[in-house]
Ligand binder design. Structure first.
Ligand code: SF4
Length: 371
């Protein structure tokens, strides 16, 4: 088993992957940040965010002092916004409960907001040399093939962990974990396993039995619902109405155009009018559609239609949102919006002082493709 980690680390030392700014980093804050950003996100996407973040927030204290709006704006486009909210809350915890010093013991570190078993193991092994196996999707797949696991990885977590605990390098646990992840990302890929280039093929059960194609055993795919949504792009003079989502849950704390799911038998215009009333208590007149965009989230997909609306009456209230604002459309980039809303922006008529909309105006309907 020792030879497995030796082989793996020898391959890792050849630095087959391109430069990553966090590699070789031992600073606890930077390692923690990189591991949070890398969850569910590709390395190439993370690099510019990581570098910009460190310029903006070089310390835990800087994160803790920032507003949630600023944090979400810096995270905008990286997705899985709960990570940003939790990282922000955890940095505030460090300031408040630990005098600004990130706790180093696994027990204390794991009490910080958002620290799950993966982040705990990755950060502790890389920054503090603790031999804790970090198990992400890539690592699960590699071990499932190495050990020819007869169950889907989500059901074989204990066996995967047991194998990794018996093989992890105690001298270089952080490098071992990163090497396993790199192996899964570049060689033992989900679509194709490049076994001829694999440094650990002589230890691989699936390779020896010529059964690589059988592993990992597939997970049961949960049903992925599809929703039709309408949002109101409500103009009042030169300003447009935006609302902030409640702090928790999907996309919590981000800004958006008020709207929601279209009910059965309802038109997009009726839906936009109803949703604006329910969310902020404002009466609007729906006029025309700017078009429909599609967007795919991890657990569901949406079609979102933007409806230009004229403000009729009512002072906005936070009935079913955390906040609201009338803003100049030219300032929209100052607010953090979900990607789906960003897809709508180019469809909104760019007319100085707000769109000249009239009920008689023909509908300008476009459909933007999903990303
Ligand atoms: S030999 Fe092939 S299947 Fe086995 S770990 Fe290496 S790349 Fe994956």
């Amino acid at each position: 088993m020792i030879r497995f980690s030796e082989k793996l680390l020898h391959w890792y030392d050849q630095k087959t992957r391109g430069p990553m700014p966090w590699r070789g980093e031992k600073d606890l804050y930077r390692v923690w940040l990189s591991e949070v950003m890398l969850q569910q996100t590709q390395v190439e996407t993370v690099i510019p965010y990581y570098q910009r973040w460190l310029q903006q927030y070089p310390t835990v204290k800087a994160v803790a002092k920032a507003s949630q709006d600023d944090i979400l704006k810096s995270w905008e486009g990286l997705g899985y916004y709960a990570r940003a909210r939790n990282f922000h809350a955890a940095c505030q915890q460090v300031e408040k409960e630990h005098g600004g010093k990130i706790p180093e013991t696994p027990e204390e570190f794991s009490k910080l907001k958002g620290i799950g078993s993966y982040t705990l193991a990755a950060v502790q092994s890389i920054a503090l040399n603790r031999p804790l196996p970090a198990i992400d999707g890539n690592v699960k797949r590699v071990v499932a093939r190495l050990k020819r696991m007869k169950e889907a990885p989500s059901k074989a977590l204990l066996a995967i962990e047991t194998f990794l605990k018996s093989t992890i390098s105690h001298d270089r646990p952080g490098d071992f974990n990163q090497a396993m992840m790199d192996l899964g990302a570049t060689i033992c890929k989900s679509t194709v396993a490049k076994c001829d280039r694999c440094p650990v093929k002589k230890f691989c059960g699936a390779f020896k039995c010529r059964e690589v194609h059988l592993y990992p055993v597939l997970e049961e795919k949960p049903f992925k619902p599809h929703y039709k949504i309408a949002v109101g792009i409500v103009w009042k003079g030169e300003r447009v109405l935006i609302t902030k989502r409640k702090a928790h849950g999907l996309l919590g704390g981000l800004w958006e155009f008020p709207g929601g799911k279209i009910k059965e038998g309802e038109t997009a215009k009726h839906c936009a009018k109803r949703e604006v009333k329910e969310e902020v208590g404002v009466m609007v007149q729906p006029l025309s559609s700017v078009g429909t965009i599609k967007h795919v989230y991890t657990h569901f997909s949406i079609e979102m239609e933007g409806i230009l609306c004229r403000y009729v009456r009512g002072q906005p209230k936070t009935l079913d949102c955390a906040d609201w604002k009338w803003i100049n459309f030219s300032n929209i980039s100052s607010y953090a919006f979900p990607k789906a809303n960003h897809k709508l922006f180019p469809l909104i008529p760019k007319i100085p002082n707000g769109p000249k909309i009239s009920p008689k105006e023909p509908i300008n309907r476009k459909v933007a493709k999903a990303c």
